[in-house]
Design a protein around this ligand. Sequence first.
Ligand code: URA
Length: 247
Amino acid sequence: MSGTIRLDRLIANLGYGSRNEVQALARNERVLLDGAPIKDAGARIALTPDLPSRLTIDGEPLDPLPGLALMLHKPLGVTCSHKETGPLVYDLLPPRWRRRDPAISTVGRLDKETSGLLLMTDDGALLHQIISPKKNVAKHYLATLARPLRGDEAALFASGTLMLEGETKPLAPAKLDVVSERFARVIVTEGRYHQVRRMFAAVGNHVDALHREQLGGLVLPKELSPGEFKIMNQADIAAIFRDKPPS
Ligand code: URA
């Protein structure tokens, strides 16, 4: 993010209100840059990374600038899609963030009954890079199974021949590590609908609980409780692309 932008456009696009409302905020000396009021909301200001710490509205630092990427510990029972019923992952963010333009979207989806690492961003280019099949970003899941593992699942998942019900193209090789009789870690690079649940269904099992632990080399931080999120820094973003696909 660089260059200059009209103050009213920036603040309105961050969800603080309409252009008119933002102009009124400025006129009433509620918008300060380096401690001094900017009364003319039409003024252009430099979009520098330190702007949120220098620009305050009603004494509060400005929200994160566009180019925002965050990791959420998605809890169970919350959906990624407006098409499903129930609370949305967007409800876990500050309400103003829902009015941002560009809007924040989820990077791929997790099922309502899957917990764990979910990325969200307003950066379309970043989003496409992460979900692009070319980047092969590995998704690491911990699955709790209804029945004991048979023993042949790892070989089948790795074979590149496993076919999901209703599909015609076999799955790319995936890695399965047995944790115990009814727990397995699975690493997939594709993102097909309900993929991990359907992979276990294809080998006669059933996933009772599913949790995403890692994306590429980015691990869900232990200190992030379900429902909490953290804004990602450049190192977090770089970590996503560091991991190699399963071999
Ligand atoms: N696979 C699933 O079955 N569900 C998810 O949410 C993610 C991967």
